[in-house]
Design a protein around this ligand. Sequence first.
Ligand SMILES: Nc1ncnc2c1ncn2[C@@H]1O[C@H](COP(=O)(O)OP(=O)(O)OP(=O)(O)O)[C@@H](O)[C@H]1O
Ligand SMILES: [Mg+2]
Length: 481
Amino acid sequence: MTNATENNMQNGLSFQSRVEKLRAGRRWRQSLVDAQKRIAAPQLIIEGHLTRMVGLTLEAVGCHAPVGSRCLLEGPDGRNIEAEVVGFSGEKLFLMPMERMHGIVPNARVVPTKKVYDVAVGNELLGRVLDGAGNSLDGKGPLQTSERVSITSRVINPMARHPISEKLDVGIRAINALLSVGRGQRMGLFAGSGVGKSVLLGMMTKYTDADVIVVGLIGERGREVKEFIDNILGEEGMARAVVVASPADDVPVMRLHGASLATRIAEYFRDQGLNVLLLMDSLTRYAQAQREVALAVGEPPATKGYPPSVFAKIPQLVERAGNGDIGGGSITAFYTVLTEGDDQQDPIADAARAILDGHIVLSRELAEAGHYPAIDVEASISRAMTEITSTEHQAAIRQFKQWYSLYRQHRDLISVGAYQRGADTKVDEAVMMYPQLTKFLQQDITQPMSLADSINELEALQSVEVISPAQAANLQMPVVQ
Ligand SMILES: Nc1ncnc2c1ncn2[C@@H]1O[C@H](COP(=O)(O)OP(=O)(O)OP(=O)(O)O)[C@@H](O)[C@H]1O
Ligand SMILES: [Mg+2]
């Protein structure tokens, strides 16, 4: 064997062993990649089954799913019914359906879904009507939006929130002048049933100056949804509006989602730097939906049948509205609150009053007398008023309220003729002004009134002459309302 061949063999051997080493290394890397893939592969879903159903509450065992996630229940015709996990006790999961349930049988399969629930958002939403789950209700086909965001939103640091500093024109003279609303303020419309909450909310929807309007019709009459869209928003209003409707016959979980969805859509537009008007009719129905869910999973009732979680949910929803970070957009919100039996101490009304930045109380007495909008100016307040109004404007409001309440305090005496003209100059003034005050407070549904005109008209009322007792004695008594 020549030296050259010996060298080649030695080189060949070392070459083969090097190739072998490389192959072993590749196999090892591949096995790591495979192992990684196996770990990343969807985990097995452990199914459970239904063991109990009472009212709208379902109990399932055998499966694990976090609270707030959804499961699919096997329906009778192979159709799956979606249900949300609303609580648990030991190994038992409590579920509530997202749609009406028919034909659910004992031991039906319960399959947890791993779906992450998000909300379709984007300018494509403008002009659309959605249900509580975010599906289209208007027959214009599925939503083709540019973005999807999580249903939960980031909490705004209270120190970073823009303060309320700008007056907002809502188109209603009594509110513009006497209960000025600021951009980013959250107000409640409080009244018993049929006093005019929805009509007033509709007027504000039409006349308020906003970039985008988000309407949440939660737990109210289904008939009102179409009426609101056709008669109040109209084609022009609808072009800059999104409506989320979850009427009274929807299941409670859907009504809760509807309110949350409307707020999330409003938050999205606020985060784009826009001024949003959010209208929710009604906050009471939202609270009642939470009461149904909480009682069904065994939470004890506390005040008037409302469990404590209801009073935690209201601030969680309402606090999401308001101004955004400094330099960002705003959500000015109006929530209607039904005061059952005209009881202003109703627990939901009380909780809402405590968290909102003002309340407009509507009076049945005024509505019955045909005085619309039936705003009770004595009982209503706007908490941002002092920050956004001038001292002259505030003085004019004080004067208006003094005349108004003075007249109403003496109205029984006046109406039976027991009040002697000239006995008190202030009361005489109030008597003289009262017809103008009531005229000022009333407004036709179709007639908007701008902020500047409302304040001018209020200030013009102040130019009343102070009259002498002799002149007062000759005055005609106004008709009592
Ligand atoms: N500004 C108004 N001008 C004339 N009529 C009005 C006005 N506001 C309300 N009404 C009358 O009062 C009725 C009830 O009003 P609305 O539906 O707004 O009450 P509501 O407080 O929303 O009642 P509910 O709590 O039952 O929903 C209306 O159908 C209308 O006839
Ligand atoms: Mg109503």
